[in-house]
Design a binder for this molecule. Structure first.
Ligand SMILES: Nc1nc2c(c(=O)[nH]1)N[C@H]1C(S)=C(S)[C@@H](COP(=O)(O)OP(=O)(O)OC[C@H]3O[C@@H](n4cnc5c(N)ncnc54)[C@H](O)[C@@H]3O)O[C@H]1N2
Ligand code: MOO
Length: 401
């Protein structure tokens, strides 16, 4: 059996070669920037922390003043976070709180658990090293240094870092506009009764959630009408104002639906058979200026091809520098003795021991497997796996957002 399968790498390379990265930039409030892609490198206007400050509640001292544990020093001042004290006179200590600026002359903080306060004096029961419990100005970020590179996805840590140096707004690329359509006469929406032969349209929910998690602006066209002229009309409308048209279903060899001829009539279409499992058939082309990707209808095939093909395409279109997911090398706690000639993406789960188990049903319609799993094992074509072998594991954390 030879049906001229395209290798996974070739298919992905072809998809990525067609990417036209977004150029339009918007300035958004840092508070609303989560999930967006940074358009230009940001540099820190200040040092972080701005001043030397205390890392503990305790006493700021000159370390040289404490020759031995039990030294008593007069407490000359009290410095709370948000205030700046005066220079520390030799032979004195300053009461200080976490985050408060270290007074000039002090070079260490002794945490209060190692001191006892008596009236105006403090007894210091520990000889601190120079710099002990002191956070140096600029030790996190020096003023002027690059804070975040262009093309980074702004998640909680990135927006927090931008806020920490006072950036109130950030330049981001506009969101990718994606039109979503499903094909299939059997599809029924949850909430409607299920007729004989009908199935609920789970791919609509799957793909919408995945697109939202990637920060796309998704227009949902629902189910494509079952006539050629209506399908062409829907595609034309979708091509206006969208960067990508994404469909589910109708990409295999069946003759039932009109998406393939409609895309061919309105643009161009290549039907690929990719050496991957699940997810062999994939349609790629364009409708006018919009890119077109047709995913296979089988729910797990839709899921996997989205994660390993569409996701990198979307991220690269959004200008994300790191579009390839980080893989982990983990030991298999399973046997895989019937390898396929296609590259396989198995639904798998890292267990408490840090090894990997497989879901027992790996069929392209077994949607349960995707919920049980917390990642995918990426198996090269024709590879048997024995318990204890090292496998490539793609964690959901790298794929679902
Ligand atoms: N003779 C051949 N038949 C098939 C081949 C092949 O090479 N030769 N490839 C198989 C593979 S692999 C896949 S994957 C599917 C792809 O089929 P389509 O993309 O054409 O999708 P449909 O036929 O419309 O549906 C397949 C399957 O998925 C269910 N489905 C479709 N849409 C949804 C949805 N929105 N939500 C939930 N489930 C959906 C549909 O009911 C079918 O069960 O083709 C194989 N056949
Ligand atoms: O490979 Mo299909 O994509 O089996 O389900």
């Amino acid at each position: 059996m030879n049906d001229n399968l395209l290798s996974f790498d070739d298919a992905l390379a072809r998809l990525l070669a067609a990417v036209r990265p977004l150029r339009e930039i918007e300035l958004v409030d840092t508070l609303a920037a989560g999930g967006r892609v940074l358009a230009s490198a940001q540099h820190s206007p200040i040092s972080l922390p701005p001043l030397d400050n205390a890392a503990m509640d305790g006493y700021a001292v000159r370390s040289a003043d404490i020759a031995a544990p039990g030294t008593e020093l007069p407490v000359s001042q009290r410095i709370a976070a948000g205030s700046v004290g005066s220079a520390l006179q030799p032979g004195t200590a300053a009461r200080i709180f976490t985050g408060a600026a270290l007074p000039a002359g002090a070079d260490a903080v002794v945490m209060q658990e190692r001191c006892s306060h008596h009236g105006e004096h403090v007894r210091v029961d520990h000889c601190p090293a120079v710099g002990e419990h002191v956070r140096r100005a600029g030790e996190d970020i020096a003023a002027g240094r690059q804070l975040l590179p262009a093309g980074v996805r702004l998640r909680a840590p990135e927006v927090a870092l931008a806020a920490a140096v006072g950036l109130a707004q950030l330049p981001v690329l506009r969101r990718l506009r994606v039109a979503l359509m499903c094909t299939g006469n059997e599809l029924v929406m949850p909430g409607d009764p299920l007729p004989p032969g009908g199935i609920y349209n789970s791919n609509r929910f799957l793909l919408r959630s995945l697109l939202n998690a990637l920060g796309c602006e998704c227009t949902d066209f629902g189910i494509v009408p079952d006539r050629l002229d209506a399908t062409r009309e829907a595609l034309r409308r979708a091509a206006e104002g969208h960067d990508l048209i994404l469909t589910s279903g109708g990409v295999s060899v069946g003759e039932e639906d009109h998406v393939k001829p409609a895309v061919e009539a309105e643009g161009a279409l290549a039907l690929w058979k990719i050496a991957m499992k699940p997810g062999k058939p994939l349609a790629f082309g364009n409708v006018h200026a919009a890119a077109f990707i047709g995913l296979p209808g089988n729910p797990v095939s839709s899921f996997v091809t989205f994660l390993v093909m569409v996701r990198p395409f979307i991220l690269a279109s959004q200008g994300v520098a790191e579009a390839v997911p980080q893989r982990l090398r983990l030991h298999a706690d399973f046997e895989w003795t019937r390898p396929d000639r296609r590259r396989e993406f198995l639904r798998a789960r890292v267990n408490a021991e840090g090894t990997v188990n497989l879901f027992d049903r790996q069929g392209a319609a077994a949607l349960q497997s995707t919920v049980w799993a917390n990642g995918l094992v990426d198996v090269a074509p024709g590879t048997e796996i024995r318990r204890g072998d090292v496998v490539d594991f793609l964690p959901y954390g790298e794929l679902l957002g």
